[in-house]
Design a protein around this ligand. Sequence first.
Ligand code: URA
Ligand code: SF4
Length: 464
Amino acid sequence: MTRVSVNKFEDWRTEARALLDAGTAPHEADFVDARSGQAALDLVPDPGPRPAAVTRVPRKFLDLAGMVSCFRDPNRWNLLYRILWRITHGEQHLLADHIDDDVEKFRTMEKAVRRDIHKMRAFVRFREVNTGAGLEYVAWHRPDHLIVEANAPFFVRRFGSMRWAILTPDESAYWDLKELRFGPGMPRSAAPGDDELEDLWRTYYGSIFNPARANLRAMRAEMPVRHWATLPETQIINDLLRNAGSRTISMVKEQPGSARLWIPERPTLPAMKDAVQGCEGCDLYKIATQAVFGEGPRGAAVVMVGEQPGDQEDQDGRPFVGPAGKLLDRALKDAGIDRDEVYVTNAVKHFSFEERGKRRIHKKPTGPQISACRPWLEAELGLIKPEVVVCLGATAALSLAGRDVRIQKDRGRFMDTRWAKRLLITTHPSALLRMPDRSLFDEQYAQLVNDLAMVAEFVQRKSA
Ligand code: URA
Ligand code: SF4
């Protein structure tokens, strides 16, 4: 019998590959869970560096196995090895066999871990703690499974712009704005308790409270009772329920998705630029390389709003740097506007595309995606308070003027808006790049420059 002590999934992976290559059958191997405190002392000595693995392990299995490895049961390592052995010894499609005992256990564990991960995302509550070295946020949570490491990157994406610690009885995670670190588990008493900061925190929670969860019965069913102790929102739930009517209405209007939950509590342009990387307000974050936030001075008199990042913007992480951006630069210059003094952004912050072969073809964002992303744009405009907001093309116009505009009909005249003294709709530079011939291009380009010159004149008159 070969005994192997395993602490983490990576350990198991290395050891399992070595055993597999050595032809060690599952009944000849015993994985001992180092974390459960049962690690035996008569372990085989570390044999030193191992030869590169020769057996191919399917990627799909490894992904699922990573999930299952978080399940709180010292026997999971042996189960994983047994399944791996079977998959690589003639049962490639084992995981599709839903009546197999091993597979059933594996699936049950996987599901439990996924639920627990989801629960942690929904129920972790940070408390503000002033440590003297600045604000920190601390949360205490008791997950059912060993999910802290697997789940921590989510919290980095979601709360990347604040310094935080998530303490759990098994393990703790720390984010210092640069690096994610893990440390030992902490008892409940290590986390901050009731104090005056609680009020602040409650107000925050009230403000992002999701009335869908104000259904007490559903909450109890969804949440093991022991979580209730860590949720001060249960103390204010009656207040919230009283207001839930109007909140529900405004939330429903924002369905199916909204970026609202990802907007930082104290929105500044840099904080939002960080936070937008964690946004999951609609599906677009799943395929894009990164979110592309607006760029330009906080005090800009003019905000230009495009549609969404293009292929190049998606890769560079900056708005209007591709072909449309070059054309915009030229038009701004011809209109007498310095691009460096303009704040440039988009109605939708993630690139929407379709893959055709190797190429990524721009895909128009849908109405729900545009409304899901609007909170970012509104927050940008709310901070900058420009003199003029320029909508480049129909998507920006739809987002800010709120209706279906016909560019050719509605372009080139000032309109009222709550975001600036004036709103102006004009052609998107990408549309010019698609003009079928030179004379049409010239005509449209002249109109674009003309529209931008109106903006320049308005701003100059205001500042004169
Ligand atoms: N088109 C847009 O609308 N925005 C960009 O950032 C680039 C191209
Ligand atoms: Fe969030 Fe907007 Fe990206 Fe959708 S497109 S995930 S709403 S930032």
